[in-house]
Design a binder for this molecule. Structure first.
Ligand code: NAP
Length: 286
């Protein structure tokens, strides 16, 4: 049976270390503050926002919550972001996605100052990642890299396969793996014979959004499998993109859902927020 990579424990460890960094900042008069904007009343988004705000509180980060009705115009949202960009008390800005359909999410993301882009979705952050410059890393792929590191996975020369090519997970994940010297393949919905591709992976990252898509016969024995997916199975139970019960007998190491990537995403959001303050004041935490 595979080693279970415990994201919940690693996230708790990271949050504990962040607490110390936050205390040091508070001593200097700079308590980190994260502004969270939620437009509309999508129940899943409300849960995500609540979890993020709770995690901020536990770490000593101040959170400023802005709830806007579903019919909020794009102009109103952009002017709120502009106000927060100019607010010296705000270190990070997050707009919970998805926004209602009449709002262009790309315009929203790019309205956030790159200096406060703690979600790491801004085109400047994406460009920085692509060119190996300092920026904010998108939280989920950043968390996956921390999980791989914790599992003792040396990526140099390994074949990493990422299933999914979204701007927030798949593509940045591929760039991060590349920066650690893996040979990277990105698969997606038009990939012919997905199993033939995934079976080549020493490291397999599933970021698809299809419950239990990755079966045991699609995994190379001993592979490290990271499951980003968050889906509901036929019984309404939370599950990943990987068929955990069968894949765990083939893989060398695997993340569970829940308790794998999910808690890491929030931990990395907090990390980026603390980073934003440290960069602003030129403080080196190491
Ligand atoms: P997304 O934007 O919908 O992208 C899904 C990707 O999967 C697309 O690139 C799509 O290909 C590909 N795909 C769809 N069906 C496929 C198939 N049958 N075979 C191969 N590839 C297929 O989703 P996302 O935002 O990246 O999220 C992916 C999953 O991760 C979701 O379950 C989401 O809930 C979860 N997630 C979890 C966290 C966390 O913190 N744990 C954070 C973010 C996302 P095309 O490009 O060809 O359409």
């Amino acid at each position: 049976m595979a080693q279970i990579i415990d994201g919940k424990a690693l996230a708790a460890e990271i949050r504990q270390q962040l607490k110390t960094r936050v205390e040091a900042l508070v001593d200097k008069g700079h308590r980190p503050a994260l502004a969270v904007i939620l437009v509309g009343d999508d129940p899943a988004s409300q849960v995500y926002v609540r979890n993020k705000i709770r995690a901020c509180a536990e770490t000593g980060i101040e959170s400023l919550e802005f709830r806007m009705p579903a019919e909020t115009s794009q102009e109103t949202l952009l002017s709120k972001i502009d106000e927060l960009n100019r607010d010296d008390k705000v270190d990070g800005i997050l707009v919970q996605m998805p926004v209602p359909k009449h709002i262009d999410s790309m315009k929203v993301i790019d309205a956030i100052s790159p200096l406060k882009d703690v979600d790491g979705f801004h085109v400047v952050s994406a460009g920085a990642l692509m060119t190996g410059q300092k920026g904010f890393l998108p939280c989920t792929p950043y968390g996956v890299m921390k999980l791989l590191e914790k599992a003792g996975c040396d990526l140099t020369g390994k074949h990493a396969v990422v299933v999914g090519r979204s701007n927030i997970v798949g593509k940045p994940q591929a760039m991060l793996l590349l920066s650690k010297h893996a040979t990277v393949t990105v698969a997606h919905s038009r990939t012919a014979d997905l199993g033939a591709v995934t079976r080549q992976a020493d490291v397999l990252i599933a970021a698809v959004g299809r419950a239990k898509l990755i079966k045991a016969d699609m995994v190379k024995p001993g592979a490290v499998v990271i499951d980003v997916g968050m889906n509901r199975d036929e019984n309404g139970k939370l599950c990943g993109d990987v068929d955990f019960e069968t894949v765990k007998d083939v893989a060398g190491a695997i993340t569970p859902v829940p308790g794998g990537v999910g808690p890491m995403t929030i931990a990395m959001l907090l990390t980026n927020t603390v980073e934003a303050v440290e960069r602003r004041f030129g403080i080196d935490h190491a």
